[in-house]
Design a protein around this ligand. Structure first.
Ligand code: GDP
Ligand code: MG
Length: 296
C-alpha cells in the first residue's frame, strides 16, 4: 500500500526552505495543472516516489513573532495546522538562534503534530559544532527526529525523505503522479516579485510588504503584468524604489526573468510602489493577497 500525507516546511526567512523544497521536488517548483485551492495551506510541491506521495505545504505566518500577528492571521496560522501529518521545522545551523523560533516550536507542540527539526546548512559548520547544537534544540520540543541536512549540497536529504515516509500513513495519492505543484500562476508571479524584493533589500522590510496583481493581460505575443508593491511607510517606499529608481528596476528585471522562464513567454512587467499605512488591518487587501502572504 502506498503512503501519502501533507507536510509543512516552516522556519524563519532565509533558513533554506525554498532550497530544500526545490531539491526535494527536483524542479524549480512551477505550474503543471492548476487545481482550485481547497485548504488554507498553500501547496508548494508534490513529491512522487514508489513509496507514495508527499505534499509539501507552506503555512503562512507560523514563523512570525507572535506580536506581529493580528487576530485574523493568528486564526489562519492555527487553521493551517489542521490536516497536517508532519511539520518540518527548519533552522539555520550556521546562524545564531532567534527567539522568533520558539513561538513556532510552542505552536507545534500544542497542536501535537509529529515534527522533525532540520538543522540546515551543515556544509557551513564544523562537525564538532553539530552535537552541542542538537542538544540545545532537543529539549525545546518533542521532536520525532532531528536531522542535519544541507539543502544546498543534498547532504541528509535522502535520510529525510526516508524518515518522512516512515511517519506517513498508508493512503492513496491526492494528485496525479506527474504533478508537482498546484500553485496558480499568479500566485507564483507574486511570490517571485516578493522574493526579489527581499533578496535585493536584504530583508529590511519583508514583513511589511505585500504584492498585488492589478492587471494581468495575456496576448499571443506576451503577458502584460501590472503589480503594486504595498509598503507601510514612506521610508520603505524609498528603499524599494532606490536611487533614481534603480532598486525597483533591478527587482523588476530579475522578477521578469524568472516569470518568463516560468510561463515560457515574453513578459512585460510594470511595478508600482504604494504606501498603505494600515494594509495589514485592511480586510479587502488581506482578501486580495490571502495565500500570497508568505515568508520568502
Ligand atoms: P527560505 O527563505 O527559508 O526559503 O531560504 P532560501 O531557500 O531562499 O535560502 C536562503 C539562502 O540560503 C540562499 O542564499 C540559499 O542559497 C542559502 N542556502 C539554503 N540552503 C543552504 C545550505 O544548505 N547551505 C548553504 N551554504 N546555503 C544554503
Ligand atoms: Mg523561500
Amino acid at each position: 500500500m502506498p503512503k501519502s500525507g501533507f507536510v509543512a516546511i516552516v522556519g524563519r526567512p532565509n533558513v533554506g526552505k525554498s532550497t530544500l523544497l526545490n531539491r526535494l521536488i527536483g524542479e524549480k517548483v512551477a505550474i503543471v495543472s492548476p487545481v482550485p485551492q481547497t485548504t488554507r495551506n498553500q501547496i508548494r510541491g508534490i513529491l512522487n516516489r514508489s513509496e507514495g506521495q508527499v505534499i509539501f505545504v507552506d503555512t503562512p505566518g507560523i514563523h512570525q513573532p507572535k506580536h506581529r500577528l493580528n487576530e485574523r492571521m493568528m486564526k489562519q496560522v492555527h487553521a493551517a495546522f489542521d490536516g497536517l501529518d508532519l511539520v518540518l521545522f527548519m533552522t539555520d545551523a550556521a546562524s545564531s538562534r532567534n527567539e522568533e523560533e520558539f513561538f513556532a516550536f510552542d505552536l507545534v507542540r500544542k497542536k501535537g503534530i509529529p515534527s522533525f527539526l532540520l538543522l540546515n546548512k551543515i556544509d557551513l559548520i564544523r562537525k564538532e559544532r553539530l552535537l552541542p547544537l542538537i542538544q540545545t534544540y532537543a529539549g525545546r520540543a518533542d521532536w520525532k527526529e532531528i536531522i542535519p541536512v544541507s539543502a544546498q549540497t543534498g547532504d541528509g536529504v535522502d535520510l529525510l525523505i526516508h524518515s518522512i515516509f516512515a511517519v506517513l500513513k498508508e493512503g492513496p495519492p491526492f494528485f496525479p503522479p506527474d504533478q508537482y505543484t498546484d500553485q496558480p500562476e499568479r500566485d507564483l508571479v507574486v511570490e517571485f516579485i516578493r522574493e526579489k524584493i527581499m533578496l535585493n533589500t536584504r530583508q529590511e522590510i519583508p514583513h511589511s510588504v505585500a504584492v498585488i496583481i492589478d492587471r494581468y493581460e495575456e496576448t499571443p505575443a506576451l503577458v502584460r503584468i501590472y503589480a503594486s508593491i504595498l509598503v507601510e511607510r514612506e521610508s520603505q517606499k524609498g528603499i524599494v524604489i532606490g536611487q533614481k529608481g534603480s532598486m525597483l528596476k533591478r527587482i523588476g528585471s530579475e522578477a521578469r526573468r524568472d516569470i518568463e522562464r516560468l510561463l515560457n513567454t515574453k513578459i512585460y512587467l510594470e511595478l508600482f510602489v504604494k504606501v498603505r499605512v494600515h494594509w495589514r488591518d485592511d480586510e479587502a487587501i488581506l482578501d486580495e493577497i490571502k495565500g500570497n502572504r508568505r515568508e520568502s
